[in-house]
Design a protein around this ligand. Sequence first.
Ligand code: SF4
Ligand code: SF4
Length: 101
Amino acid sequence: MTFVVTSNCKGCRFTDCVAVCPVECFHGDGEMLYIDPDECIDCGACVPECPVEAIFDETELPDEMAKWTQINADKAPGLDAVTETSDPLPGADEKKKELGF
Ligand code: SF4
Ligand code: SF4
């Protein structure tokens, strides 16, 4: 099992999640973060920290987001680990409002 970052993270990258992750399983590109399923220890600590509810237990992913399990697994191992919080991307607050949070 693993946890999975989904599209709500795109364009925001608030990074509150990485501050609570006990291992270094978040990896990022310029747009969003991804969880490496081989590193995630399934603790669930990151889920309530995400202000846009982008993180799911893979077993609870809504059907329309099912593809994100594979996207996280494909992308995360090739990207640098993100272990410290940083400023959100420009426009992140607007995107958050658009998403209804
Ligand atoms: S807290 Fe949520 S939106 Fe922010 S980087 Fe983590 S998963 Fe993405
Ligand atoms: S479930 Fe735990 S180990 Fe996995 S990404 Fe979230 S905080 Fe890190």
